[in-house]
Design a protein around this ligand. Structure first.
Ligand SMILES: Nc1ncnc2c1ncn2[C@@H]1O[C@H](COP(=O)(O)OP(=O)(O)OP(=O)(O)O)[C@@H](O)[C@H]1O
Length: 860
């Protein structure tokens, strides 16, 4: 919008404006004076709205008064007033006093009016000075041309504009709009309206403001210090916030980095392990192929020379030397002469010997002194006496120690020699680093909690069996153990007790915890054995509230799944059915850190290796202990403990052990694969058609006692049982894989309860089945492997009792002749001459590959 310019910007017009401004000021001043007079005269005081100018001036003077120091005169008069007010309030009114007061007031008023005069004179002087300054400015602007006069007026702001309007005779109308009274005014109302600032003016205004801001501002020292402190505080806060942010970012980064690093290390270790296993497998396969095509390398027979054969072998250890050669007194013992044969130990009077030795020693000492010219003093004699006393004490103590059996010693007193004798007494041997773990000598040394001790008492287990003595302490240390012990030696309890202790260290199995599955899994090759382990575990854990579920084939899988979902601490299963449950998501093993493979070799024999591997692979692999033996185990981490137990450990087990076990300790009781000494063995060479008659004869011999008759096939099993039933002399039941699960369970239960005296079974009942007081085992058919023979005859002579086993051997069983002959010889049993001299019994049948490996008894 184009700006209207003021018309005729001449000097005349400015002077007029100046004059009218002057007039307004004079008028205001008169009005003020009038007002003040009226305020001073009490009668004529009328409350009046002060004019705008007056208000402005008053507020100005008030500000000045506040800023400036209050004048001494004004403050004095104020003090006087307040003093007077107080006095008048406090005192009664007295006429003289009132007169004095009046006079005093008049004097004050005169003083105030003088002061006002002075002030108005000051104002006039100021005004005169302003006017002179305006005039100079006008002259300057005249010289520069009057073109920008109106612009300047607008730039100076609206307030100034208003003032000018007033001074140029423009009075506000009722509607608030100014009326034009200017003589020069050819303008309309609209032209005189306050117009918005132009862009240039705005820019100018902003520039002026910026310049104002840019001008240095004076600050006091205190303000500067405060500002500096404030600025510093802000800087510090900012710095701290930045540092915090950095630290948080770093922590987050570090933890992610650490996690990644750990995962990477685990992955690498796993890959390395896989690679090594694969490499070894490859080497082994290659070796086998070589053997198959090039023939196995024959082991050279070591020929022992007669000198070597009869040379006395001093394979003692220094600690085993029980003589006291280091004792100088016994070193120089004098010969037994006097009083020989007085009924002392070995005909030697030890006291006489000692006396003679002491006298001899004294004599030698005396002679030595004499030759050296030393005179024996009283102190020397006392010293000798003391030395003799100490020597006697030492000897007495030493004798006491050496005389005692390990049985009479406290655990702390047991020496390495005692432990060695102890291990020999129970045929305990270890392979692998036990880490200094010592066996148990009695239940008290196990430090079991009450719940377990009560069960032990109730089961009447007076002392631990050798496998329990050796394996339980290792289990309590959560070491991986391969336990090989004869049949019926209590292997079940050897793995159940440490398992219960492990479960006790875990959180209670709530519904929420149960979502991650059981804490421990026991796998067994047959349903009957799994159920028997369940029963045994229930008995041993009867004083705890742990739940066990058996997951075996032949039963409703949904029902088993339901029981698993309800939660249990221990699952006892056959590998096939457990894998089924895992695949169908009836079970999970996310927190299973305790695994037992009972009769591990049999599981592999029966072809369950893939299922066993499947189940083991379903457990978290992160809980496996590190392969490297030197690597430290983390304290807070729960590692997987793997137990493998059997009476026999063929080579096939080695593969499984290598993959899933870490630094296992092999505990052997007796020699691996050896039949128990509690069973008297008899082998009868016969023909197939002699067998029924022989069976009848032997059953007659054992009378009504329990007997298990083992045969090799299901059909044969049924025919033998039919034969026995026809004779009507024996109550008989059958157990083989062709029967339904219910029939199997009913048959075995009937045999255990004594309903049947004869159980005719295949190898299904060959392992682990524990029936009290089986008097005899009859091998109607010789099994195909020596391990099965050992396990079969182990159904009798259990838990320290005596048993009897008889085997009907025919000439078609040559595959086992060699092993059987060896086993009979080892057990000091009679070997029939036909077997002893048979060709097949002289050399081990060399079968290549798997068969041969399986037959080997290996020590890991
Ligand atoms: N310390 C003990 N004292 C007395 N009896 C025991 C002891 N430990 C276990 N038994 C009993 O010995 C019997 C055989 O135990 P178990 O079945 O555990 O032997 P095993 O070694 O597993 O036999 P197998 O090799 O045939 O499976 C059981 O009846 C069991 O109750």
């Amino acid at each position: 919008m184009p700006r209207s310019r003021s018309p005729g910007p001449g000097r005349e017009a400015r002077r007029d404006r100046e004059r009218s401004r002057e007039r307004v000021r004079d008028r205001d001043r008169d009005r003020d004076r009038e007002t003040r007079k009226r305020e001073r005269s009490p009668a004529g005081r009328v409350p009046r709205e002060p004019s705008r100018e007056a208000k402005r001036r008053r507020s100005h003077s008030r500000d000045r008064d506040r800023d400036a120091k209050p004048s001494r005169v004004r403050s004095k008069s104020r003090d006087r007033d307040s003093h007077r007010r107080h006095e008048s309030r406090d005192r009664p009114r007295d006429p003289d006093r009132a007169r004095d007061d009046r006079r005093e007031k008049e004097r004050d008023r005169d003083r105030d009016s003088n002061r006002d005069h002075d002030r108005s004179r000051d104002h006039d002087r100021d005004r005169e000075r302003d006017r002179g300054r305006d005039r100079d400015r006008d002259n300057r602007s005249d010289r520069n041309g009057d073109m920008h006069a109106s612009e300047r007026a607008t730039a100076n702001g609206d307030a100034r504009e208003n003032g000018r309007q007033e001074s140029s005779g423009t009075a506000p109308t009722a509607n608030g709009r100014p009326d034009l009274m200017d003589g020069h005014g050819a303008q309309t109302n609209g032209a005189k309206k306050a117009e918005p600032l132009s862009l240039e003016e705005l820019l100018k205004k902003r520039k002026a403001e910026q310049e104002d801001l840019a001008k240095p501002k004076f600050l006091t020292k205190k303000q500067r210090a405060e500002l500096a402190i404030k600025r510093r505080e802000e800087e510090v806060a900012l710095q701290k916030a930045k540092e915090d942010e950095l630290r948080t970012a770093h922590t987050v980064f570090q933890s992610t980095f650490d996690k990644e690093k750990r995962r990477e290390a685990e992955r690498k270790a796993e890959m390395e392990r896989q690679r090594r296993v694969e490499e070894k497998e490859k080497d082994r396969t290659l070796e086998l192929i070589k053997q198959q095509y090039l023939g196995a390398e024959k082991q050279k027979k070591k020929v022992m020379r007669p000198t070597e054969k009869f040379r006395f072998n001093f394979d003692w250890e220094a600690a085993e030397d029980t003589s006291r050669d280091l004792n100088p007194l016994t070193k120089e013992t004098t010969e037994a002469a006097l009083l020989f044969g007085r009924g002392m130990r070995a005909g030697v009077d030890r006291r006489e010997q000692k006396k003679a030795a002491a006298m001899h020693e004294q004599e030698i000492l005396r002679k030595m002194r004499e030759t050296a010219g030393i005179v024996e003093t009283h102190e020397d004699r006392a010293r000798d006496r003391e030395r003799n006393r100490l020597a006697n004490d030492y000897e007495e103590k030493d004798n006491r120690k050496a005389d005692r059996h390990w049985n009479e010693k406290a655990r702390e007193e047991m020496t390495e020699r005692d432990w060695r004798i102890f291990r020999e007494d129970f045929s305990i041997s270890y392979k692998g680093n036990t880490g200094g773990t010592l066996p148990l000598r009695n239940w008290e040394e196990a430090n079991f909690p009450d719940s377990i001790m009560k069960a032990i008492e109730k089961m009447k287990y007076l002392k631990p069996s050798p496998i329990q003595m050796a394996a339980i302490p290792l289990g309590l240390q959560f070491r991986d153990v391969i336990g090989v012990a004869e049949t019926g030696s209590g292997k079940t309890a050897a793995f159940v007790f440490p398992m219960l202790i492990y479960i006790m260290s875990q959180p209670k199995m709530t519904e929420e915890v149960a979502q991650n599955g059981p804490y421990a899994v026991v796998m067994a090759p047959t349903r009957e054995l799994a159920q028997q382990i369940e029963e045994e575990t229930m008995k041993l854990a009867q004083f705890t509230d742990y739940r066990m579920v058996s997951v075996v084939g032949g039963q409703n899988i949904e029902e088993q799944g339901f029981k698993l979902r309800k939660g249990c601490e221990i699952v006892i299963a056959t590998p096939g059915r457990l894998l089924d449950c895992l695949e169908k998501a009836y079970a999970v093993l996310n927190q299973c850190n305790y695994v037992v493979l009972d009769e591990a070799d049999r599981m592999i024999d029966m072809g369950f290796e893939p299922q066993v591997r499947g189940v083991l692979d379903a457990m978290p692999s992160t809980n496996l202990k590190p392969e490297n033996e030197e690597e430290e185990l983390e304290k807070d981490m729960v590692y997987r403990t793997t137990y493998m137990f059997s009476a026999t450990m063929p080579a096939a087990v080695e593969r499984l052990a290598r993959k899933y076990m870490r630094r296992p300790v092999v505990v052997n009781i007796g020699s691996a694969g050896k039949a128990t000494d509690n069973v008297a063995q008899e082998v009868i060479m016969c023909k197939d058609n002699d067998k029924p008659h022989l069976l009848e004869e032997h059953l007659k011999r054992v009378d009504e006692k329990r007997v298990i008759v083992f045969v090799n096939t299901k059909n044969h099993c049924d025919s033998v049982s039919r034969q026995l039933e026809q004779s009507n002399k024996h109550s008989c039941t059958v157990l083989h894989g062709g029967k339904t699960q219910d029939q199997r369970e009913a048959g075995l239960a009937g045999f255990k309860e004594g309903k049947y005296s004869v159980l005719v079974a295949t190898d299904v009942a060959g392992r682990g089945i524990d029936v009290q007081d089986v008097a005899c085992v009859i091998n109607y058919d010789m099994p195909h492997s020596i391990e099965n023979y050992t396990h079969r005859i182990g159904r009798t002579g259990r838990a320290g009792k005596k048993g009897y086993a008889v085997t009907f051997l025919t000439l078609s069983d040559t595959e086992t002749f060699y092993d059987l002959k060896k086993l009979l010889e080892e057990s000091n049993a009679q070997v029939p001459s036909q077997l002893a001299h048979h060709e097949a019994a002289k050399t081990k049948p060399a079968a290549p590959g798997e068969q041969r490996r399986r037959d080997q008894i290996v020590y890991l």
